[in-house]
Design a protein around this ligand. Structure first.
Ligand code: SF4
Length: 653
């Protein structure tokens, strides 16, 4: 008897992601709740509970605590309530389910939505809760027809039909034909998850060849239930939660060449599948009295390795051009370097080590020479495509290594899959060299996927832009008046200079460059200079920041106020002449105004005929306006002070 495990069994991408996010959050926050059991598998939820992850039946059970929304997703109301009540809300809704939420919520209010699925399933309840229009759940075509016949829906209104991710694809295809023929205003969105359909297809193919199918998973898992339903159409099928529910009675009626197939739902961990496999192996062993016969039969069954089989292999040798693998059979397996990876720069040793257990696809069985050729990159690529598709749905950024510069762009390998980045999306300027990116690790967004052609297109520019936008958003959230930056002078204008302070370029007006008088900003700084600046004001709407390069500790006004007072007689140097008076520098950075009326006791009409720029004059401080930092000076006051003394001297003569 041969025990064969279906290729696509166990955790799907969405479940694996939800468990990963939950475990990461548990590590980060300590105490953590999931809104309902994370997945329909008691063993897994028990093990999570042992790690301190509790189940909240209601949002109120997790009030003020971190909460995880499981991969099934929830209604819009519950999402909002969780965000309001819990300290952190980690949304582990599978990106494929999230996509259905978006489709449903985008339907106009005067239209309708039909969800094809199980009305009691949490995923379906969650999807329905995102509709802003009429929404119905139908289990089959009869229920869809009934909606129109009863008048609940009219043939003249726009209806969007979405499908529960785990719905049986065969039934869906049958219904969609009926719908297209009878209801031309119903737009069908095929939202069945690939992981589900592939698992179903895979299980069905195995069930067609098998005499007995064992379907492993939680009894409340709808996708496992569907697997059992599909398998039961082809052979005897048992639905078990774990190895403990198996018995040797199952082997009754099977022959020595019968195939026993094992498949498992999306919420079944690999170790449970292995336990079921091992238990069945054990039962077969004890059923066959003659151990030698058993070994012979087992050996015989293992010898069946065919082209396109996905197999597990152990690396037993490495050479320059290939990895040698043991498949547990007599023939030796070889994986040529170009079937190990898509990376032309990698060596065999970069990809595998002796002792590694890997999965590969049989590409050729050469019976005459007793060798089997395999491809590891095909397995990696298939898994990679799934991950890339999910990342695109979730708008996640991916990381990969640039392996080559090609015509029109570069090739990046991520998750074992080739991604083409057009030159315009690399972020390398036209004058730059794409070759400089080779062997570098880059982050990028997926912008196009053509699964049929196996082509993925990415953009480094988009990922960079997202990083920059996030930095800018953070900058505008945290900026404060008085905040200090070390910036770089980007450009110099007549009215000031623009300084790069990270997320934006701020303006330092000429008068804010230094405490001293400045003719032109070029007299003080040059492009590329690093200067310290302080935020004076900012406008997040207009994205403008006004800066000052003046050091508050060096403010000359503070020094002036400490050293000078009204009525002090001082020497000052005329620095400019205007129509209404002359400005004279008292100390660097502080000028006083000698108003035209304060120049002389005589009437002055032309200031330039009395004073000249650069001339040192004796003046009296007649006013200090500390609010406006202004000083008024007077020559006339000194003349008036001197007049009585002169008159007294003249009288004495
Ligand atoms: Fe997501 Fe598909 Fe898994 Fe459901 S079965 S959680 S939709 S990956």
């Amino acid at each position: 008897m041969l025990i064969e495990i279906a290729e696509k069994s166990g955790f799907c991408f969405g479940v694996e992601r939800a468990i990963r996010l939950t475990e990461e959050a548990a590590e980060k926050y300590g105490e953590l709740y999931t809104l309902g059991p994370l997945i329909h598998n008691k063993k897994v939820t028990d093990s999570l509970e042992n790690k301190g992850i509790k189940i909240a039946e209601e949002i109120s059970d997790a009030a003020g605590k971190p909460l995880v929304i499981r991969s099934h997703g929830v209604t819009e109301d519950i999402e909002e309530a969780a965000q309001a009540a819990c300290s952190v809300c980690i949304d582990a809704t599978c990106p494929f389910v999230k996509k259905i939420h978006n489709i449903v919520s985008e339907q106009p209010e005067d239209s309708a939505v039909i969800i094809l699925g199980d009305k009691d399933h949490p995923e379906v309840i969650g999807i329905k809760g995102h509709a802003h229009c009429k929404a119905f759940v139908c289990a089959d075509m009869a229920e869809i027809n009934a909606l129109f016949e009863s008048g609940a829906l009219s043939r003249d209104e726009d209806v969007a039909l979405v499908i529960q991710t785990t719905f049986d694809r065969g039934r869906f295809l049958e219904y969609s034909q009926d719908i297209r023929e009878n209801y031309d205003r119903v737009k069908i969105y095929d939202t069945i998850c690939n992981a589900t359909s592939e698992r179903q297809k895979n299980a069905e193919e195995l069930a067609e060849r098998a005499a007995l199918m064992i379907v492993v998973g939680g009894k409340s898992s709808s996708n496992t239930g569907k697997l059992a339903e599909i398998c039961a159409r082809h052979c005897t099928t048992v639905f078990v939660e774990d190895a403990g529910q198996l018995s040797k009675q199952l082997l009754k009626g099977l022959h020595s060449d019968s195939i026993i197939g094992i498949t498992a739902g999306a919420s079944t961990p690999a170790y449970t599948i292995k336990e079921v496999h091992d238990k069945m192996n054990e039962e077969i062993k004890t059923t066959i009295e003659n151990e030698e016969d058993f070994a012979a039969l087992l050996d015989q069954s293992f010898r069946r390795v065919y082209t396109n089989n996905r197999v597990k292999a152990t690396v037993v040798g490495i050479n320059k051009n290939e990895a040698v693998v043991d498949l547990g059979i007599k023939q030796t397996g070889y994986i040529p370097l170009d079937e190990l990876t898509n990376d032309p720069n990698a060596t065999v040793g970069d990809i595998v080590k002796i002792g590694d257990e890997i999965e590969a696809i049989v590409t050729k069985v050469d019976d005459s020479n007793g060798v089997i050729f395999l491809s590891k990159k095909k397995v990696d690529s298939a898994l990679g495509m799934e991950k890339i598709a999910a990342s695109k749905e979730a708008n996640e950024t991916l990381e990969g290594v640039v392996t080559a510069a090609v015509k029109g762009g570069v090739i990046v390998i991520t998750n074992g899959t080739r991604v083409f980045i057009p030159a315009s999306q690399t972020g390398v300027p036209r004058s730059g060299k794409l070759e400089d990116l080779v062997k570098k690790t880059v982050q990028f967004k997926v912008i196009e996927i053509n699964e049929q052609r196996g082509r993925v297109v990415g953009s480094i520019r988009q990922a960079n832009k997202e990083v920059r936008d996030a930095e800018k958003a953070k900058f505008w959230e945290s900026i404060e008046v008085g905040q200090k930056f070390e910036g770089e002078v980007r450009s110099i204008e007549d009215y000031g200079v623009f300084v790069d302070i990270g997320a934006v370029d701020g303006l330092v007006r000429t008068s804010e460059l230094t405490w001293n008088r400045v003719g032109h900003p070029k007299d003080i700084v040059k492009e590329g200079d690093k200067i310290t600046v302080i935020v004076k004001s900012f406008d997040p709407e207009k994205k403008r920041v006004s800066l000052s390069a003046k050091d508050p500790d060096e403010n000359p006004w503070t020094k002036f106020v400490a050293d000078y007072a009204v009525d002090d007689v001082i020497k000052a140097t005329v620095v400019s002449i205007t129509e209404f008076g002359a400005f004279a520098q008292i100390i660097p950075g502080v000028d006083g105004l000698i108003h035209i009326s304060q120049i002389s006791t005589e009437r002055v009409t032309n200031i330039a005929s009395v004073l000249a720029v650069g001339q040192e004059v004796e003046v009296k401080i007649i006013d200090i306006d500390t609010d406006k930092s202004r000083v008024s000076l007077s020559i006339k006051a000194l003349m008036e002070d001197a007049a009585p003394a002169e008159e007294a001297a003249e009288d004495a003569e």
